[in-house]
Ligand binder design. Structure first.
Ligand code: GLN
Ligand code: ZN
Length: 751
């Protein structure tokens, strides 16, 4: 049996791409050096796959920032404001990704959104009425030839036109129907150029097919691919889907002339059923996505082989369920992790071995095969550290534990009275710049180079300085700055029982930002108070209200690698009880504003609407309420969500029953505000007034303009003024300037 990989991690085993890109942004290295780093990463990635014996290896899965942006770029879908900067190609590309402020001008970045149900983000292409779609980029061809020169014949993976169009934003009068023809023609050109350079296989990634599709969507897909598939120019064209099943379009897809179709058997609950009921066309390859590209647990060979044997198709290639971009490189780097844990995990490199082993087991009588026996032992032997007390606590949760009293309207009055904040209160989302001294302090402490007293003293100094700075700037609700935290999830994980940590298991989140998700290994409980001492100290430094800062249960789960032996719901409730203890301890220590971040709430929202409540929101939202339901009426609960993509679940967000919610709005032109108004959103809101994902400093006028738009939709008494996310990735200088402008803007509109 042959094997296939949809995509491979591309940040470099030691995160070289991040570090070199950042050097490039700071002007410390030139384009040539960055290009060379990228080339070396691609080489090493291809060679790992070649060495593992993978049959179908992808090229063009590499990206300097994001593959959707790459696609926009090669088809000249570059808004004029970026072209006007007159930068080099790479400079223009990065300006679209990160915004640009410098000698050539001043523009914001493209909007950024979560990639389906993952923690990876894509840049939203913008198509306006003047966009001239034409194939101008050569990246897919270049990377194919680069691999070929290394003796590796790759399939070229491209973001498919259907998904691309569905994800794009149309800023003028034109809509999808007005541009789909010309975009399709340019894809046809791409196929012909690739074929002429000797590319035998081209993979079109169309994850959008796993969503709910309308009849218009299906017609559009048919139209696009009828054209592409009648112009193959000798290349074989594969369709690749992932993150679910394609129930709405399966019969149409299998009727088209694709040479291979990739289906996800992990998240695609109906994939097996679809094939069994409708058959799979003769003479085509079925890429069976059975090695999980998102989670890090070992594949259960027995289950996988049984599924494979049950598929009625003549030519099956074993594949990953999605790109391996979503898992870390290799367990080899985890020198500190005990073998007892490690043997249960598979990162990208180990998944290559799994693909290979399963494929060769498939062709034999596997029951007595040593690889098979060794794998089965893992599943018979695994006993998670079970905690009876935790199990009991979860079982004892009562309905009233999910309800906070008195109701919001009454609490709002009580809190206004107690906190005496000005109109349009100003605040931040929690973290302040994580400068090198802050990181060094944490690392020194971890390595044992400094004592715990030294570590704490440094952080206290930082907190005191940060508070003074916020007072000088004139912010109303003060934060301590989160200097003790590496990452908002890892930090809590480290202070809870049940988590396992890695050293180098980085996964790309967006651009140069990588995250290192902890692994949920066992039942979760709180060892001891986590943030209380820091918040108490912060409070002692100022007379202004200090906001305590926690990460919520849904986000902790969504940004970890979850268990597969108990339900997501069960895990979330365990975490909720642990964080509830922390909320109550903060309150008992005089912290009367507490923010519980749910940055990743939307992440695991099922891709199909029919599953939203029953499969997710029905337990995720109550879990959040469980965390804060027991606080006093005068304690103000804030929450924060990255991105404002909750237009369609506003009632669920309101049902979190927080007192204040802050979220990103600056990149998405405040579309969210109308929906809040329409839905009579009760919670007070702080739609971010500027974009912290870019180093650009917003002017006072710009912030006043944003606030003026907001005031048209939101009652003055409910509007907060804040950036759109934490400031930890920013530098000090731009942070001070931006926040100073923010406070000036708030004062201006108060006046
Ligand atoms: N409180 C966190 C911070 O400011 C929130 C981060 C986030 O939303 N991603 O860093
Ligand atoms: Zn955020």
């Amino acid at each position: 049996m042959n094997t296939s990989v949809i995509g491979y991690p591309r940040i470099g085993k030691d995160r070289e791409l991040k570090f070199e890109s950042e050097k490039f942004f700071r002007g410390e290295i030139g384009e040539g050096e960055l290009l060379l780093t990228a080339k070396n990463i691609r080489k090493s990635d291809w060679e790992s796959q070649q060495k593992a014996g993978i049959t179908y290896i992808s090229s063009n899965d590499f990206s300097f920032y994001d593959n959707v942006l790459d696609t926009a770029f090669i088809f000249n879908i570059i808004p004029q404001r970026y072209k006007d900067l007159n930068l080099s190609d790479l400079g223009t590309y990065f300006a679209m990704a990160r915004g640009y402020q410098g000698d050539h001008g001043n523009v914001k970045a493209l909007a950024m959104k979560k990639w389906f149900n993952t923690n990876y983000h894509y840049l939203v292409p913008e198509i306006d009425d003047d966009t001239e779609i034409k194939l101008t980029g050569t990246k897919p061809v270049d990377e194919f030839l680069e691999a070929k020169a290394l003796g590796i014949d790759t399939k070229v993976a491209v973001t498919g036109p259907f998904t691309f169009l569905k994800l794009a934003r149309f800023t003028g009068a034109k809509k999808i129907a007005d541009v789909s023809d010309s975009l399709t023609s340019e894809y046809v050109k791409l196929v012909s150029v690739l074929a002429s350079k000797g590319a035998g296989y081209i993979e079109f990634d169309e994850p959008y097919l796993v969503r709910d599709l309308s009849s218009d969507d299906i017609a559009l897909f048919n139209e696009i691919y009828s054209k592409i598939l009648s112009n193959k120019n000798g290349a074989k064209i594969f369709l690749q889907t992932y993150f679910g099943d394609i129930r709405d379009i399966y019969t149409q897809v299998t009727a088209l002339d694709f040479d291979g179709i990739g289906l996800d058997f992990i998240e695609g609950r109906k994939t097996s059923e679809l094939i069994a009921e409708n058959g799979f066309p003769e003479g085509r390859i079925l890429f069976a996505g059975l090695v999980n590209g998102k989670n890090i647990w070992r594949n259960n060979y027995k289950k996988t082989l049984e599924t494979l044997k049950g598929i009625n198709a003549s030519d099956i290639v074993l594949s990953t369920s999605c790109s391996l971009l979503h898992v870390p490189y290799s367990l080899e780097s985890e020198t500190g992790l005990a073998e007892d844990y490690k043997k249960h995990f598979a990162f990208a490199e180990e998944k290559l071995t799994e693909l290979n082993e399963i494929a060769s087991l498939f062709d034999k009588d596997y029951n007595s095969d040593p690889d098979f026996i060794k794998n089965q032992a893992l599943f018979e032997g695994r006993v998670n550290s079970e905690d009876k007390e935790v199990k009991h606590a979860v079982a004892s949760i009562k309905d009233e534990d999910y309800v906070r009293l008195p109701v919001f309207g009454e609490r709002e009055k009580i809190q206004k009275e107690a906190l005496k904040l000005p109109l349009f209160p100003t605040t931040t989302i929690g973290s302040f710049p994580q400068t090198s001294d802050v990181r060094k302090n944490r690392q020194d402490y971890k390595k044992g180079n400094i004592t715990s007293e030294e570590y704490v003293a440094f952080n206290k100094k930082k907190i005191a300085e940060c508070i003074k700075l916020q007072e000088q700037i004139g912010l109303d609700v003060i934060v301590h700055g989160e200097f003790e935290r590496n990452d908002m999830v890892e930090y809590f994980g480290e202070n809870l029982n049940g988590f396992v940590f890695t050293e180098k298991a980085w996964v790309q989140s967006y651009g140069t930002r990588n995250v290192k998700p902890p692994i949920i290994w066992g039942d979760i409980s709180r060892k001891a108070p986590i943030t209380v001492e820091w918040s108490k100290y912060a409070k002692s430094c100022t007379d202004k209200p200090v906001k305590g800062m926690l990460t919520g249960p849904v986000t902790i789960l969504n940004w970890s690698f979850p268990r597969e032996d108990i339900s997501i719901k069960e895990s979330i409730l365990q975490i909720a009880l642990a964080i509830r203890d922390e909320v109550l301890d903060l309150e008992a220590n005089g912290i009367n504003i507490i923010q519980i971040d749910e940055a990743a709430l939307r992440e695991k929202l099922p891709l199909r609407k029919s599953d939203w409540y029953s499969e997710y929101l029905d337990f995720a939202i109550p879990a959040f309420r469980l965390v804060h339901s027991k606080v006093k009426p005068e304690t103000q609960i804030h929450t924060h969500m990255c991105y404002s993509e909750f237009t369609d679940i506003i009632p669920a967000i309101d049902a979190m029953d927080a007192d204040v919610i802050t979220f990103e709005a600056s990149r998405s032109d405040l579309q969210i505000l109308d929906s809040l108004k329409e839905n009579n959103f009760k919670t007070e809101v702080g739609p971010g007034v500027y974009d912290i994902h870019s180093p650009r400093v917003p002017s006072v006028e710009e912030i006043v303009a944003a606030l003026t738009k907001m005031r048209a939709k939101i009652e003055d008494s409910k509007l907060w003024v804040n950036p759109d996310c934490g400031l930890k990735t920013r530098g000090n200088e731009e942070t001070v300037k931006s926040l100073t402008n923010l406070v000036a803007a708030a004062k201006q509109i108060r006046g």
